[in-house]
Write a protein that binds this ligand. Structure first.
Ligand code: PLP
Length: 415
């Protein structure tokens, strides 16, 4: 069957030129980068923003009376407003800068979970979660006596919403779940699930690591209490991210790291803390990274998240059809709402072997459990191969992947 390639927007296709790394051959071949779920490549404007900070604006923030320190502080504070507007939070104080999604979830676990949960309370997770939205809650459960309950996943990779409803009760104190599954690409009905969980009095944390680069996120429309993301999956720097927390909740949370910048007064008898969000940002932060993260947000907004979503949807539809056309290939995660991720198995070739063979041709995919071991166990798979898309991918990338898979089939004698 011939799979017809979609007509992608020329404006979007031209964006590839803005990513320097994509011009670099890998193993002497054009780089076909399809590991965007793990991390995205960076456009020149983001690289420049980080370099410019060190070349022109570098100073420590919040502490200096001199011009450079005030300038750096202004840039840092503006970055917070950029994130606030990006997530449509009600006020900038609702944004805490973190090292990424993992740190943001741990912050909620330690600063909210440890002091608000007790024996008999229930933490509701889903079978789709990344380890970073499981392990911190296990710490909380061990420490507080709270119980972890899990919303099961259907064979399609969608959440079992009937089971979800049945698991909700007045004991449910927290629902912590991802917006988009990193392993399968399933887009979860977070708005409806948030409402249902809040109706029984639970707080809701949404892990947006795989969502923010692919669709407009509006935390007020979702209605969640916490939303977290990482900059590096959003064309921004590594080691940066943010926690959104509703102001009244954040203001009631206890700090977990003590040090400079998070205090109001310190004496040996005791200390008082700074208002939020500074209370949760002890020590000198990643100032350059924060500014580069804001540059990445400006960049995706300039490209347009609706345009990105359309481009990636067309690519995913094309890739799914082309992959399904390969004999012996099985797509894992077949729900109707998916974002930018095609997870698959090929005959009985181990995904690691497939990934290694594709790499010989400069094609970067991910093979493994995707930090979602409980999901792999549920699906009865050791691992999957995962191609994940970004705004700079095109149909030639999909064609290269398909050609690489045929080559691997030949090599393994399953052609
Ligand atoms: N949650 C999801 C859904 C992810 O995909 C990832 C990273 O792959 C994380 C959390 C962890 O993100 P980070 O390693 O940037 O903290």
């Amino acid at each position: 069957m011939t799979v017809v390639a979609p007509e992608l927007s020329p404006a979007m296709l031209a964006r590839q030129a803005e990513f320097p790394i994509l011009k670099q051959p890998i193993r002497g071949q054009r780089l076909v980068y399809l590991d965007n779920g793990a991390t995205t490549q960076k456009p020149q404007v983001v690289i420049d923003a980080e370099r410019d900070f060190y070349e022109r604006s570098n100073a420590n923030i919040h502490r200096g009376v001199h011009w450079l320190s005030q300038h750096a502080t202004d840039l840092y504070d503006q970055a917070r407003v950029t994130v606030q507007k990006f997530l449509h939070a009600a006020r900038p104080e609702e944004i805490v800068f973190t090292r990424g999604t993992t740190e943001a979830i741990n912050m909620v676990a330690y600063c909210w979970g440890m002091s608000n949960l007790k024996q008999g309370d229930e933490i509701l997770l889903t079978e789709l979660e990344h380890h970073s939205n499981i392990v911190p809650w296990q710490f909380v459960a061990q420490h507080t006596g709270a119980l972890i309950k899990v919303v099961p996943v259907l064979d399609s990779g969608e959440l079992d919403l009937t089971a979800f409803q049945a698991l909700l009760s007045e004991r449910t104190r927290l629902l912590a779940m991802n917006h988009v599954s990193n392993a399968l690409g399933t887009v979860n009905p977070i708005q409806a699930m948030t409402r249902a969980a809040q109706a029984v009095g639970a707080k809701v944390l949404i892990d947006g690591a795989q969502a923010v680069a692919h669709a407009v996120v509006d935390v007020q429309a979702i209605g969640c209490d916490f939303y977290v993301f990482s900059a590096h999956k959003l064309y921004g720097p590594t080691g940066m991210g943010a926690l959104y927390a509703r102001y009244d909740i954040l203001d009631g949370m206890v700090p977990w790291m003590g040090g400079g910048d998070m205090i109001q007064t310190v004496s040996f008898e005791g200390s008082t803390y700074a208002p939020v969000p500074q209370r949760f940002e002890a020590g000198t932060p990643n100032i350059a990274g924060t500014i580069a993260m804001a540059a990445a947000i400006d960049y995706v907004q300039e490209v347009g998240l609706e345009a990105i979503a359309q481009h990636e949807h067309d690519l995913l539809t094309y890739a799914t059809a082309a992959l399904l056309d390969i004999k012996g290939l099985r797509i894992i995660g077949t729900g109707p709402h998916k974002a930018a991720i095609a997870s698959f198995m090929l005959d009985d070739i181990h995904p690691h072997d497939l990934g290694t063979i594709l790499d010989m041709d400069g094609i970067a995919i991910r093979a493994g459990h995707h930090c979602a071991m409980p999901l792999m166990t549920r699906l009865g798979l050791p691992a999957t191969a995962r191609a994940s898309f970004a705004l700079y991918n095109n149909t030639a990338d999909v064609d290269a992947l398909v050609a690489g898979i045929y080559k691997a089939k030949k090599l393994f004698g399953v052609g």
